[in-house]
Design a protein around this ligand. Structure first.
Ligand code: BGC
Length: 721
C-alpha cells in the first residue's frame, strides 16, 4: 500500500531547481517480481540506474488535486539489478506551476514525492522500500520548469547533494487514487520541413504541423554554449515569427550545453507550436539537430474518413491534430497560451467528434471523476475542471458537460456504469438550474449584460457579436433555457437506462418545453433557430428550418454561429430537409468557414473563424488560438450524417446501428470507418456521373437508410446503386 510510505521533501529550499530523490536498492535474492508505485505533488520522472521507468510523460497526471491525486504502479522486475539506484525527479507541473497560481491551497503545497517498491523474491520473501527520511536529495540539471513558461536545463551543471529527505505530514494521503486515465505518451516524431531567416532576421524552423509537445535536440556543442528556443503557431503577415497570442505564457526553452555529442528534450513541460525561433544557438546548428515530438493521451484511434475533397480531408486531419494536441490527460481548450484549461464548454461541444475519432472512454471517464469532485453543493459546476482559477460561475452550455458527456459515453460504448457513476451529478445539475432560475421552467438570471464577465458565456465568439465583444447576440436566457431542456431530456433517458423512475423529470421537461415555446415565439439569430430545431423546442419545425436556411443562403451560404450554435448547425439543416445547404456550409471556402482556415494554411482548428484575415492580419492577440478543437465538432456530422454511421439509443455501444448516408455530388465521395466493440462499421459512397454507389459493411444488425428507404440487414457487406 503506497499509503504506508511517507511524503518526502527536500531538506533545503532550492527555489526553481528540480530536486532528485534517490535511494540505493540492494537485493540479495533473485527477483520474481518488482513493482514500483509513485505519486508526487507536481510531475515526476523515475529512473532506475538512470533508465526511465515507464513511458508516462507528466505522471502522475492532471486531476482535481484537492480530492484526487493519481499514483502509478510500474513493473520494474527487469530493471533492477543486485545493486540499483532508484531516483525520482520532481518538477512543479500543474500542481505547483503558474497554471494553478490562483489556487493557493494547491499551488503552495510543498514539492514532494511518495513511493513504494515491493520486491518479491524467488524464495517467496518480500522486501519493501518506501519513501522516508533515509532517501537522499540532490539538485538536478533542470534549473527551471513550468507548464506555461518552459524549461531551463544546464547539461554541465554540478549536481549538489542536499542531504536526507524530510518527511512531510501535511500532505494528505487520503486523496491518493490509482491511475484512472490514459497514459500521456510521446507519439509522432516530426522532422522539420525547413529552416529560414525571416524579414526581421530571425532564424526560424518550420515543422509543418501545429502540435503539442516539444523539440528534442541532438547536437555537438561546447560547454557553456546555449540554445534558446521560442515557440509559435503562425507567422505574421510579413512572415515574421509571431507568438503574441500566447499572452503571458513564455513558452521558452533554454538549454546550456556540455562538451561533445549530447541529446536533450524537455522533461516537465510542453508547448503548442509549429514554428520555433532560435533566439540563441551555436553556429554549426542545422535541421538534423531537431525533432518535434507530439505528446498526448494514448487513446486508441477508432475512426477514419476520406472524402473526394482534398480540402475537407485536410479539415478532418486538422481536427484529428487538434484533438491530439488538446487531449493531454484532460480535454484542454488550447495547448499554447496561458490557459490550457479543462473548459467544460469546449469539451462538451467536441466530445462526440472526439469519440468517433478515438476511444475516449477512459480519458473522459477520469475527467468526469474530477468534474464530479468539483461539483458544488448546490449542484452547479465550475466552468473549468480542474478549477485552478477558482471560478465561481456556472455557465449554460459549459456546465451541461455534466449531462452531455456521460450520455455520449453511454451511446458510444454502451456501458451503463458510465451513467450509474454520473447520474447523481447529472441530476444535481438539472436541479441546480431549476433552483437558480428567476422564472419557473426556464433558466433565467439578472441580465447584467453591461458586465463582460457575467454568468454565461453565450454563443461564444459568434460572428453576430457586437463590435469588441466575444459574445454572439443570442440572449443568455434563450440559450440557458434551451440547454435546460436538453439536459433534462438527457437526464430522463439516462435515468431510464438504469431503471430509475423519471416521471417527475418527464413532467419537468414537458413544462420547460411548453414554457420555452410560449416565451420564445420568434427567432432572431442562426443559433436560435439551430437550438430550437436541434433540441426540439419548436412547434413550427418546417418554418424554423426554412428561416434558418434563408438566413444562411441570404448571407451567401455563410454562418454566423459561435461555440453554442456551430456544433448543431449542419444537423439542424440536414435533418430538416436542407442537406444541400449544410454541404454548402461545409464546402464554403470564403470567410467565415471551415475551409477558409484550410485555405489559409491551417494544420489545426482555429479558435476564431477570423484567426487570420485575408490580408494576413490577426483578429486579436488576446483570444486567438490556432489550436482549439471546438469547431472541429463538424467532424461528427461527417461520420454520422455524410457517412451516416449512427448508434441506436436502445442498442447503445453500436450493438445495432443505423447507417443513413447523405451524399452530395460536390463532395464527390466519402469513405468512413469506425471501430466498435463489435467490429468495424464501414460506409462509403461515390458519384459516377449523377449516380451514387454505396458500399456498407456492418458487423451487427443494421437499418440502412438510403434516399429515405429503409432496409433491415444482418451483419455483412452490402452494395447499393
Ligand atoms: C477559452 C475558451 C473557453 C472560454 C470561455 C476562453 O478563454 O479559451 O475556449 O470556453 O474562455 O468562454
Amino acid at each position: 500500500m503506497i499509503k504506508s510510505a511517507e511524503w518526502i521533501c527536500s531538506p533545503i529550499d532550492i527555489g526553481e531547481v528540480c530536486p532528485i530523490f534517490s535511494k540505493d536498492i540492494r537485493v540479495s535474492q533473485s527477483i520474481k517480481k518488482a513493482e514500483l508505485t509513485i505519486s508526487a505533488t507536481g510531475v515526476y520522472e523515475a529512473r532506475i540506474n538512470n533508465r526511465r521507468v515507464g513511458d508516462f510523460i507528466f505522471a502522475p497526471g492532471l486531476t482535481s488535486y484537492k480530492s484526487r491525486l493519481q499514483y502509478q504502479t510500474y513493473d520494474v522486475t527487469d530493471m533492477l539489478e543486485k545493486e540499483s539506484i532508484l531516483s525520482i525527479y520532481l518538477g512543479k507541473g500543474w500542481y505547483r506551476g503558474r497554471i494553478s497560481a490562483n489556487d493557493k491551497v494547491i499551488n503552495e503545497t510543498d514539492g514532494a514525492v511518495i513511493a513504494e517498491l515491493v520486491i518479491t523474491c524467488n524464495d517467496g520473501s518480500k522486501e519493501c522500500v518506501i519513501t522516508d527520511n533515509s532517501w537522499n536529495v540532490s539538485t538536478s540539471r533542470i534549473l527551471f520548469s513550468d507548464i506555461y513558461d518552459g524549461e531551463t536545463y544546464d547539461a554541465s551543471a554540478e549536481i549538489k547533494e542536499l542531504g536526507n529527505a524530510v518527511i512531510n505530514n501535511n500532505i494528505a494521503k487520503s486523496t491518493l487514487i490509482p491511475q484512472e486515465g490514459e497514459f500521456v505518451k510521446e507519439q509522432e516524431k516530426i522532422k522539420p520541413v525547413k529552416m529560414f531567416t525571416t524579414p526581421k532576421g530571425e532564424c526560424v524552423i518550420d515543422f509543418g504541423q501545429n502540435i503539442a509537445g516539444y523539440v528534442a535536440l541532438n547536437i555537438m556543442a561546447n560547454k557553456g554554449e546555449k540554445i534558446v528556443i521560442s515557440h509559435a503557431e503562425v507567422l505574421d503577415s510579413d512572415g515574421n515569427f509571431y507568438n503574441e497570442n500566447y499572452r503571458s505564457a513564455k513558452s521558452q526553452l533554454e538549454y546550456i550545453c556540455c562538451n561533445g555529442h549530447q541529446t536533450y528534450k524537455p522533461v516537465f513541460t510542453y508547448f503548442g507550436f509549429r514554428y520555433i525561433r532560435l533566439d540563441e544557438c551555436p553556429g554549426n546548428i542545422n535541421l538534423d539537430n531537431f525533432t518535434a515530438i507530439a505528446v498526448y493521451s494514448d487513446m486508441k484511434r477508432t475512426g477514419y474518413i476520406e472524402t473526394g475533397s482534398k480540402k475537407v480531408n485536410k479539415l478532418y486531419e486538422n481536427t484529428i491534430w487538434s484533438q491530439r494536441d488538446n487531449f493531454i490527460d484532460i480535454p484542454t481548450d488550447c495547448p499554447q497560451r496561458d490557459e490550457r484549461m479543462g473548459w467544460l464548454g469546449d469539451a462538451q461541444v467536441f466530445a462526440k467528434a472526439a469519440s468517433y475519432n478515438y476511444n475516449t472512454k477512459k480519458f473522459f471517464g477520469k475527467w468526469l471523476g474530477d468534474l464530479r469532485a468539483e461539483q458544488r453543493e448546490n449542484g452547479s459546476v465550475p466552468d473549468t475542471v480542474p478549477n485552478f482559477w477558482l471560478l465561481s460561475r456556472s455557465s449554460t452550455a459549459w456546465g451541461d458537460a455534466v449531462t452531455i458527456i456521460p450520455w455520449r459515453m453511454y451511446l458510444m460504448y454502451g456501458d451503463k456504469k458510465d451513467i450509474e457513476v454520473n447520474f447523481d451529478a447529472m441530476k444535481r445539475w438539472v436541479d441546480f438550474m431549476t433552483n437558480d432560475s428567476l422564472d419557473k421552467y426556464l433558466w433565467t438570471c439578472v441580465d447584467d449584460s453591461e458586465k463582460m464577465w457575467r454568468k454565461h458565456y453565450g454563443d461564444w465568439l459568434a460572428l453576430d457579436a457586437p463590435m469588441g465583444s466575444y459574445r454572439g447576440i443570442t440572449s443568455d436566457g434563450f440559450i440557458a433555457s434551451a440547454f435546460y431542456a436538453y439536459s433534462t431530456e438527457i437526464l430522463i433517458k439516462a435515468g431510464k437506462v438504469i431503471g430509475r423512475d423519471m416521471s417527475e423529470y418527464e413532467e419537468l421537461h414537458r413544462n420547460i418545453v411548453s414554457t420555452f415555446k410560449k416565451t420564445f415565439t420568434e427567432y432572431f439569430t442562426q443559433t436560435e433557430c439551430v437550438l430550437a430545431l436541434y433540441f426540439n423546442l419548436t412547434d413550427h419545425r418546417a418554418e424554423t428550418a426554412k428561416q434558418l436556411n434563408d438566413m444562411i443562403v441570404s448571407n451567401g451560404n455563410k454562418l454566423k454561429t459561435g461555440f453554442v450554435g456551430t456544433p448543431y448547425l449542419l444537423y439542424a439543416l440536414s435533418e430538416n430537409g436542407y442537406a444541400e445547404t449544410a454541404y454548402s456550409l461545409l464546402l464554403q471556402e470564403e470567410y467565415p468557414s471551415w475551409l477558409y482556415e484550410v485555405n489559409h494554411g491551417a494544420t489545426t482548428i482555429w479558435e476564431h473563424w477570423d484567426g487570420i484575415r485575408d490580408d494576413g492580419s490577426f483578429w486579436s492577440a488576446d483570444m486567438n488560438s490556432y489550436n482549439h478543437y471546438a469547431y472541429g465538432s463538424v467532424v461528427d456530422w461527417l461520420y454520422s450524417v455524410a457517412a451516416g454511421i449512427q448508434c441506436v439509443e436502445e442498442k447503445a455501444g453500436f450493438k445495432e446501428v443505423v447507417i443513413a448516408p447523405v451524399p452530395d455530388k460536390r463532395l464527390g465521395s466519402i469513405n468512413a470507418s469506425f471501430d466498435t466493440a463489435y467490429g468495424t462499421i464501414k460506409s462509403a459512397w461515390h458519384y459516377e456521373g449523377d449516380k451514387v454507389f454505396y458500399e456498407i459493411t456492418t458487423p451487427v444488425k443494421a437499418a440502412i437508410i438510403i434516399d429515405g428507404e429503409k432496409q433491415s440487414v444482418e451483419s455483412g457487406s452490402y452494395i447499393f446503386r
